[in-house]
Design a protein around this ligand. Structure first.
Ligand SMILES: O=C(O)C(=O)Cc1ccccc1
Length: 278
């Protein structure tokens, strides 16, 4: 089976993908959008993409594509994230710091204190930045990336563990066109259902009505996030996570009631959350 992931080799997403799919053919993609497209075009069966970080929040691109593409979430893996600053071994001067925007955000205060005047530049992944540093020995660039990337691309780590908060975790999700639940031989931490809900029209209590569908059924919500619909300021969709086992009748009734309220409901999946094994 072919599995796409946000590459190149030694990205955080690859570490997650190899733990979820140790036996499958992992195919690197250069962007999150390419991961979704690879699934939609049937080039791969599934893809692994980052969804949320405990310091920086949701990866908004992933959330937008979950809304826009007909895919389901099959599982979620939570991984601790440690960032290091690395340079080409022939270099020690840093004139620019490059990485994935989430990694730059997770190390903002470190960079502000230690490299106050040094500009940063976004790249599609931490590993893409590390690879570029290795291919450009004449440029005084440093990458923020993980230890596997330093090793694979032959870079020298000049600062270790530069994330601004010790607790730094990222959730990765497996997306596919199938409504499958992946059962993995890893430590399972929870089960949840994800829905994307769009309210009918703007009226007082609209969101309250939607939330009450879950409340009176005692369905515990573990997340609600609003994201712009891009149809004008003030228009949002909501990602809602229901933290519980799947009760077929109760859950279907809740969805039916949401539809009766004229909300638009997209079922993203009922799936397990696992912990990355170090
Ligand atoms: O850039 C990577 O290596 C990724 O896989 C995305 C990412 C970036 C920062 C923290 C976790 C995942």
């Amino acid at each position: 089976m072919k599995i796409a992931f946000l590459g190149p080799q030694a990205s955080f997403t690859q570490l997650a993908a190899s733990q979820i799919f140790p036996e499958e053919e992992l195919i690197p993609q250069s962007s999150i959008l390419d991961c979704f497209n690879a699934v939609m075009n049937n080039e791969v069966e599934k893809a692994v993409v980052p969804l949320e970080n405990s310091i920086e929040g949701t990866v908004s691109m992933t959330l937008d594509y979950l809304y826009n593409f007909d895919v389901f979430i099959e599982t979620e893996l939570v991984m601790p994230i440690a960032h290091h600053l690395m340079v080409h071994p022939e270099n020690s001067v840093v004139e620019k710091i490059i990485s994935h925007p989430q990694a730059l955000a997770q190390t903002y205060h470190f960079r502000h204190e230690n490299y106050p005047k040094i500009p940063s530049q976004d790249f599609n992944s931490t590993a893409a930045a590390a690879k570029l540093v290795s291919e450009n020995p004449n440029e005084k660039w440093a990458a923020v990336a993980n230890r596997s990337a330093a090793k694979l691309y032959g870079l020298k780590i000049i600062h270790e563990n530069i994330q601004d908060f010790e607790q730094n975790h990222t959730k990765f999700v497996v997306i596919s066109k199938n409504k499958e639940i992946l059962d993995l031989p890893l430590q399972k931490t929870s089960e949840k259902t994800s829905l994307i809900i769009t309210l009918p029209e703007d009226h007082a209590g609209g969101l309250h009505q939607v939330l009450s569908v879950f409340a009176w059924r005692k369905m515990n919500l573990s997340k609600i996030e609003s994201r712009t619909l891009k149809t004008g300021l003030g228009n949002y969709f909501f990602l809602i996570n229901v933290a519980s086992e799947w009760h077929p009748v109760l859950s279907q009734n809740a969805i039916d009631e949401l539809i009766a309220l004229k909300a638009n409901v997209k079922f993203l999946g009922h799936y397990n959350e696992y912990l990355f094994m170090e």
